[in-house]
Write a protein that binds this ligand. Structure first.
Ligand SMILES: *Cc1c(COP(=O)(O)O)cnc(C)c1O
Length: 444
């Protein structure tokens, strides 16, 4: 326990010293006394299940509406006046405090799904005429949002290779407002250097007015705050699909934006009017089961992931393995610098991307399909299903499933092999997962 590093930036919790405890414990207890709700006599916060709230007087109602999405009121963090679930209610607000805390951010707004969170932050930061620069490879629905929907509102998205920072500089124009990426990238696990991007954007922002500055938004779904805190590396905003590893058990769908407090009012107003609120019972589950077990699950999952990645790397029928924890991973050094757990240890995560051997792209695709079909029929500890970060090991073919919104020729150009397989490691015994993989590889 001696090498435990204290996390920096205790700004989001005022006036007590719980930062002297480890993050594992903080994720279980959160803030001990919370002005949002008197629940400190209950071991577990109760489920609040009220869509509307009694207002004692017209005056109280008016005060509540005045305080909603008001920066000054948010700063004062007083006992809130709840009005209606879509504006705010206790389960979500306690969850939001925990999430902001885990990411070392000032505040958080939760959403009905990861996609609701992503569309909210992009629409808050960019308006008609503005531009977004995004990494070329992305979760399929985020790609589709940027390709099919945002242009209809005259928000232009330029896709570049953010591994080549020179390309980024050339792409930015006076209209650029947002740099967006995932790291590790879904599904290829490429790593984007957050600190390097910060340096470039700082240089450009120097000569811009406050209202025209470029923001960096990082989707931290693959890493989770356990493996990486992008805000400490220079990101301005973090988005999450809570559906994945933060939820962990595969029972809730949700999303979140971790944001500086000054942007919170606009994000809350967006959520109020576009309506993508997180279900309060899901918020409760995420708070009570998901977040407190995140460290435990992730440390076990990544231990298993390293063993599986090593096995795949040495298997004669496997052509490519991407796992940030492998010494041969092309961006191993960057991963080691960027993906760090709460104690300062290398935390390469629970996701693996690999390709079965084949001379041509077509052969690799057909071998991959054969392999996945065998698993779907015969494996006990690996399930063919989309989603990830589950206690069960999940396998899928991004090219035809989660990333099918990206045209095949673009996938190929962007480093997604037609035979690429995504594996999300769960909590099963590693020997069982290995046995299931071995049996499936035999049939190739
Ligand atoms: C799943 C996923 C999303 C979308 O989240 P939903 O909760 O399914 O809306 C966004 N980004 C990444 C990286 C994802 O894996």
């Amino acid at each position: 326990m001696s090498k435990i590093k204290k996390t920096k930036n205790p700004k989001s919790i005022e006036g007590n010293n719980i930062r002297n405890y480890t993050m594992e414990s903080q994720l279980i207890y959160g803030k001990p006394k919370n002005p949002k709700w008197d629940y400190d006599h209950q071991l577990v916060p109760p489920v609040s299940s009220s869509t509307t709230f009694r207002l004692d007087s017209a005056q109280r109602g008016a005060e509540g509406f005045k305080a909603f999405a008001n920066l000054q009121a948010l700063k004062e963090n007083k006992l809130p006046i709840y009005i209606y679930d879509r504006l705010g209610e206790p389960n979500k607000e306690i969850l939001e405090e925990h999430l902001a805390y885990a990411e070392n951010g000032e505040s958080c707004v939760t959403f009905a799904s990861g996609m609701a969170a992503i569309s909210a932050i992009l629409c808050v930061l960019a308006k008609a005429g503005d531009e977004i620069v995004s990494h070329r490879t992305l979760y399929g629905c985020t790609f589709s949002l940027m390709k099919n929907w945002l242009p209809r509102f005259n928000i232009k998205v330029k896709f570049v290779d953010l591994l080549k920072t020179k390309e980024l500089k050339k792409t930015i124009t006076d209209n650029t407002k947002v740099i967006y990426f995932e790291t590790p990238v879904n599904p290829t696990l490429e790593i984007i250097d957050i600190a390097e991007i910060r340096k470039i954007i700082d240089e450009i922002n120097k000569s811009r007015k406050e209202s025209n500055k470029i923001s960096i938004v990082v989707d931290n779904t693959f890493a989770t705050p356990f493996c990486q805190r992008p805000l400490l590396l220079g990101a301005d905003f973090v988005v999450h699909s809570l559906t994945k590893n933060i939820g962990g058990f595969g029972t809730e769908i949700g999303g979140a934006v971790i944001t500086p407090l000054k942007y919170k009012p606009q994000i809350l107003l967006f959520r109020k009017d576009f309506g993508g609120v997180l279900n309060n019972k899901s918020a409760w589950s995420l708070l009570v089961y998901g977040i407190p077990t995140l460290s435990l699950r992730l440390s076990k999952q990544q231990e298993t992931a390293l063993e599986i990645a090593n096995f795949l790397e040495n298997h004669p029928k496997v052509q490519i393995v991407h796992y940030p924890g492998l010494v041969k991973f092309p961006q191993y050094d960057l991963a080691k610098k960027q993906m760090i757990d709460y104690h300062g240890n290398f935390a390469p995560g629970s996701m693996i991307y690999f390709v079965i051997k084949g001379k041509t792209p077509k052969e690799r695709q057909s071998n991959g399909a054969k392999f996945i079909n065998y698993i779907a029929k015969n494996a006990y500890t690996i399930t063919l299903a989309v989603s990830l970060g589950n206690i069960r090991t999940l396998i899928e073919h991004p090219g035809s499933m989660t990333h099918s919104a990206i045209p095949p020729e673009v996938q190929l150009k962007d480093g997604m092999d037609p035979g690429g397989i995504r594996l999300s490691i769960g909590l099963e015994n590693v020997c069982d997962i290995l046995n299931d993989l071995k049996k499936a590889l035999k049939i190739i």
